[in-house]
Design a protein around this ligand. Sequence first.
Ligand SMILES: [Zn+2]
Ligand SMILES: [Zn+2]
Length: 347
Amino acid sequence: MKAVVFEKFGEAPTIQTVPDPKPAADGVVIKVEATGLCRSDWHGWMGHDDDISLPHVPGHELAGVVVAAGKRVTNWKAGDRVTVPFVGGCGHCFECTSGNHQVCEHQFQPGFTAWGSFAEYVAIDFADTNLVRLPEEMEFATAASLGCRFVTSFRAIVDQGRVRPGEWVAVHGCGGVGLSAIMIASAMGANVVAIDLTDEKLEFARKIGAVATVNASTTPNVVKAVKQITNGGAHMSMDALGHPTTCFNSISNLRRRGRHVQVGLMLGDHARAAVPMSKVIAFELEILGSHGMQAFRYQAMMEMIRTGKLKPELLVGRKIGLDEAPAALMAMGGFEGIGIGVVTKFQ
Ligand SMILES: [Zn+2]
Ligand SMILES: [Zn+2]
C-alpha cells in the first residue's frame, strides 16, 4: 500500500510503498476513505510524543470501510462503514471497565502507538470496544473530522465542562478544537465568547454560534474584556489552543466556582504553564483536562448531528490527496487556516 512515512523526527516524510497491514486477533483492517490533518500529527513528527517508534506512519482522524477482521472480533465484518475515537480503550483495564476508555491504561492510538491512517489501509486493535458505525448519510470526510478535535470538544463541553443552558462559555483559540467547542456549547444553550488573533476566524465563530468575540491581538486585556462581556466572568472556559497565555487567560476569566478545561496540547517548551493558583483556591475553580471520548458516547453526539443541532460538515476545510499530506503535515506547526483539512484521495 501507499503510505506517508517518516524515518527521522523533523525530517520530511515521503510517500512510500509498504506492506499491507494484517488485523490483530481482536482488531480490524480499515480501507481509509478520509483522514484528518491535525496539529498532534505535527507534534508526533517533531518527536514530542514518546509513544512513537521509527519508521512511522502518522494519522489518527480516520473513517473508512472494514476490509478484514481478526478471529476474536464479533461485532464487525468486511463492508462496515466505520470511524474510531483517536484513543482506543483496551476494554479490560480498570479505566475501561469503569467506562473511561479515553484514559485507558493500555490505550491504542493509531498514528502514535501504531502506524496510522495517512495510508491506504490502517490496522485498528480492540475493534469491538472502539469502532463506531457511521450513519448512511454521513460523508467519510465529515466522519474523519469527528475522531479527535470534535469528540474531544464534545467531552470537554458536555461531560467535563458540564455546560448548562444560559451559562457563559469562553473559548480561547478558534482552530479545529475551538470552532467545534463553540458549535457544541451553543447547541447546548450556552452563550459563547470566542477569542482569537484574527478577525477572519472570529467572524466564522459568529456564524457557527458565538454571540460575542474578542480579538486578542488588538485587545490590551483579554481577561477584562471577557469579564465585561460575561457580566463577571465565564462559568466555563476552554483553552483550545494550548499555549501558556491562553491557558492563563482561560483560568483567569472565570467567575467564582467556574470550570476551566484544557484541551489544546501543552508539549515541549509549553509543558509547564503558569497557573493563577491563588485564584483557583479563592474562587474554588475547577481545572480539568479532556482527552478524546469513549466510543459509546458517540451515540449522543451522532443524534445531535442527525437532527441538525450539530453540523460538523461546516468545519471541514480543504480536501487534499495523500501525495500532498507530507507538506501539509509539516506546515501544521504554523498558522492554521479555517476548518479541518482532510485527505480524501489516496491514489
Ligand atoms: Zn487530532
Ligand atoms: Zn483499558
